[in-house]
Design a protein around this ligand. Structure first.
Ligand code: TXA
Ligand code: MG
Length: 331
């Protein structure tokens, strides 16, 4: 397909020109592929919502390539935010702070805050730098589907709607950025992601979860999200018991190797590396939804470090837990 081009400098320049002129360009970041538009062109941003089938109430993350660009987006930058930008940008950390008036309402879904991050990927950084404008970009999937970690997955989900897809290979981290909001000197977690909370807490102390009725809508508040097209269930019991059940038509996803080598078991990291688990999660779920299975059962990981983001996505992608009783699966 012509729309996917390798991310050479020449093609990135094409992308930058398209963005400047109000088109849509999909590009790799270190987390997942993003679908970008010039943040200051509301009509271009509106196309993002159309192409993704995304409700207008779900705000976008704005991507920048140099520290100087934040001053076009944030009204002011508290010292805590300054420090986090210094430590973690470029990287998988998104900061939510009060926005400047110039940031169009369509980007923030009418909120008075804007979410910003500097991705750690040379293609993304060049693209934004050469377009010389902050780029609003959600993940480049159909709304509610799994985020894409490869250029072909973007094409499958969004097809004709995108003007150019820059192919930079498979993304390294594989789950989206960690989103935090800073308010009155406090740090709130809006979405666990590629940067672990433990890592951020080393610098800012305890991170809080937002009050139960958050003023903001984060993807976290949509219970079902990031889902494959066939049902996914989670399993936390003894794997030996699960394997005694009739598993015809069912694929098993196991983060780490298990002592059984049947074909329908997909191991996310043979070398037991949690980063590899995250990196393969969405692409393996996408592969499995293509068939020949009618459902997926995934084993879980411990909810710490990157495991927190992995479990967040798995829970959101799933229809709950499955149990085993008398060699039968019960949902
Ligand atoms: O890793 C990532 O973050 C990827 C890559 C492309 O950078 N992007 C991404 O975007 O995951 P998206 O649209 O799939 O998720 C962005 C989420 C929104 O669903 C929204 O809930 C939250 O960020 N968000 C954006 N602006 C916000 C704001 N002002 N306040 C609170 N949450 C906000
Ligand atoms: Mg998304």
């Amino acid at each position: 397909m012509e729309r996917i081009l390798p991310a050479t400098d020449e093609n990135i320049k094409k992308g930058a020109k398209i963005l400047k002129e109000g088109g849509l360009v999909a590009f790799p970041t270190e987390t997942v592929y993003g679908l970008g538009a010039n943040v200051f062109l509301p009509e271009a941003v509106a196309r993002i919502f159309e192409v993704k089938g995304r409700p207008r109430f779900d705000p976008l993350i704005v991507h920048i390539s140099r520290h100087g660009m934040v001053s076009r987006l944030f009204r002011e930058i508290p010292p805590l935010a300054e420090m986090l930008m210094e430590k973690f940008w470029p990287g998988p950390l998104t900061l939510v702070l009060p926005k400047k008036e110039e940031v169009p309402d369509i980007v923030t879904a009418g909120l008075s805050t804007v979410a910003v991050r500097m991705p750690a990927h040379p293609v993304a950084l060049k693209l934004i730098d050469w377009a010389d404008v902050p780029v609003a970009a959600p993940s480049a999937n159909r709304f509610g589907h799994l985020s894409p970690t490869q250029a072909e997955e973007v094409a499958l989900d969004l097809g004709e709607g995108v003007d150019l897809i820059l192919d930079g290979g498979k993304t390294e981290i594989g789950v989206e950025s960690t989103i935090i909001m800073i308010e009155e000197g406090k740090v709130f977690l809006l979405r666990p992601g590629g940067l672990s909370i433990e890592e951020i807490e080393k610098w800012v102390g305890k991170i809080e979860t937002p009050p139960s009725s958050p003023k903001v809508l984060s993807p976290g508040t949509l219970k079902k999200h990031y889902a494959p097209r066939i049902p996914l269930y989670l399993f936390e019991g003894k794997i030996e018991e699960l394997l005694l059940c009739d598993l015809s038509g069912i694929a098993i996803v196991s983060p780490f190797p298990i002592a059984d080598s049947r074909e329908e078991i997909k191991v996310l990291s043979e070398k037991e590396d949690i980063r590899e688990v995250a990196s393969n999660l969405f692409s393996v779920l996408r592969e499995l939804e293509e068939g020949p299975f009618r459902a997926i059962i995934s084993l879980t990981v411990e909810e710490k470090g990157l495991g927190r983001a992995i479990m967040d996505r798995l829970k959101r992608a799933s229809s709950g837990y499955v149990k085993v009783q008398d060699r039968k699966l019960i949902v």
